[in-house]
Ligand binder design. Sequence first.
Ligand code: URP
Ligand code: ZN
Ligand code: ZN
Length: 464
Amino acid sequence: MSLLIKNGTVVTASDIYKGDIYIEDGVIKEIGINIIKDADEIIDAKNKYIIPGGVDVHTHLDLDVGIAVANDDFYTGTVAAACGGTTTIIDHMGFGPKGCNLKHQVEVYHGHADGRAVIDYSFHGVIQHVNDDILDEMEEIVEDEGISSFKLYLTYDYMIDDENVLRVLNKLKDLKGITTVHCENHGSIKRLREEYVKSGFKSPIYHPLSRPVESEGEAVNRMINLAAIAKEAPLYIVHLSSALGLDYIKMARERGQKVYSETCPQYLILDESKYSLPNNEGLKYIISPPLREKKNGEALWMGINEGYIQTIATDHCPFAFNKEKQMGKDDFTKCPNGAPGIEERIPLIFSEGVMKNRISINKFVDVCCTKPAKIFGLYPKKGTIQVGSDADIVIIDPDKEVTITNSKLHSNVDYSAYEGIKVKGYPILTISRGEIIVRDNKFVGKKGRGKFIKRGKSDWDNIL
Ligand code: URP
Ligand code: ZN
Ligand code: ZN
């Protein structure tokens, strides 16, 4: 199978140029001006941007949170991803049964994804408890399975205490892997939630009020200091939502610490006014950390521009508004946390970021494709357009205007968190390993074609 993409504007994290791309056997074989070759299909990309396929390093497919299971499996979730211009995901494993070992969840997740995923994928391991056996197993999983990142939580049922956080940081540093962390201060959130519920304040607005920016800031700062104590272990902060958290990250990076951070479209584009929507629609936005006051989003865009935030991922975690989310209708603490967004990421960041001149088109590619691939050991197979890389390519029509509406999206859920937002610029073709899998918003690939990618180690000294 061969493809020739002609006359487009190729964009990478560092360059932008007019050129043709020749693809054969799933990889990029040649890039040049006016390539003349026979190909199974010739695609005219005149007046279009050609970007590397999106890399979304924070999704939750098949997530079982005990009280509910997220609605996208590895088929529906990856079809939605592909339709939105994403060609690789790294999914965060959910917690397994209490006391289970790490391999338990690795097997469960291979079972979920194998035969279903339509784009390439990997997993982040999850740490529920720490002991010598778990640390030994981490080594096996990094070395044998190619899963070189693990998430730990500073809140929820399986929160990890400081001593064990240090053990994980040290171990992953030795293994040349990376610790990813959900940073929220557990004690303050627990206390505020209890106080609000006791006083009868149970509507969705009490969700953000019980998880203030200081709860995130404290946990971010604690993790940064623990990473320094762990002999400068690399650290990746997931779903950063606040200017305060960003301030601590800025200080750490100015000191030269290897601290990377991720934010998500919801924290850049939406704000906490959503919690006061009529008909309890605020339930749609019960996510943790919560949406913030608008000024936080502005600070996060600046943080991206200044290089303090390296990635934009989705934290896609779809619970239906008319079903699972209603568990919180009388008490926000009973609502499963999470919102969909896997399909909207690339169009939203292109439109709100590039078209509105908040970020350059190179920065857009960097944070949505290249840096995520570099940080998590997928580069240069994924995340860029160069000879030898997988032919994961997305063509964006910058003139295509779309009003986001759930009925046109592919996720198996009944709402979009971005309903009604008008975007300018939309992916019109998605290519995964040289195969066209989406044409004009229609998935045309095969179920189960996605491959598990064993990730390599990252070279922290060369990832800014
Ligand atoms: O509310 C969220 N973000 N749910 C997904 C789990 C997590 O903490 O990332
Ligand atoms: Zn989290
Ligand atoms: Zn998450």
